[in-house]
Design a protein around this ligand. Structure first.
Ligand code: SF4
Ligand code: SF4
Length: 73
């Protein structure tokens, strides 16, 4: 019997959307988010990475273009 080799932990998420400074709290991102996973009680708003689908809708509608696709760990 051969030993199994553990290569590494599977990556849970390698890319995500994050809100940068400049957010004006207009809530447009929240209104189009299918997951409603954006915390609009804060400014800048905060995307819950655990529920985000990475669909990019929020980034498309943001009038300030402060939602960026970036790598997250
Ligand atoms: S990428 Fe999609 S699911 Fe994630 S916060 Fe934006 S609109 Fe919501
Ligand atoms: S759409 Fe952009 S400016 Fe408006 S609340 Fe969302 S991140 Fe902030």
């Amino acid at each position: 019997m051969r030993d199994s080799i553990i290569i590494g932990q599977p990556k849970r998420s390698t890319v995500g959307y994050a809100v940068g400074s400049g957010c004006i709290g207009c809530k447009l991102c929240y209104s189009v988010c299918p997951q409603k996973c954006i915390d609009i009680t804060k400014t800048p708003v905060v995307i819950d990475q655990h529920h985000c689908l990475h669909c990019g809708r929020c980034a498309e509608v943001c009038p300030k273009q402060v939602i960026e696709k970036r790598n997250v760990s």
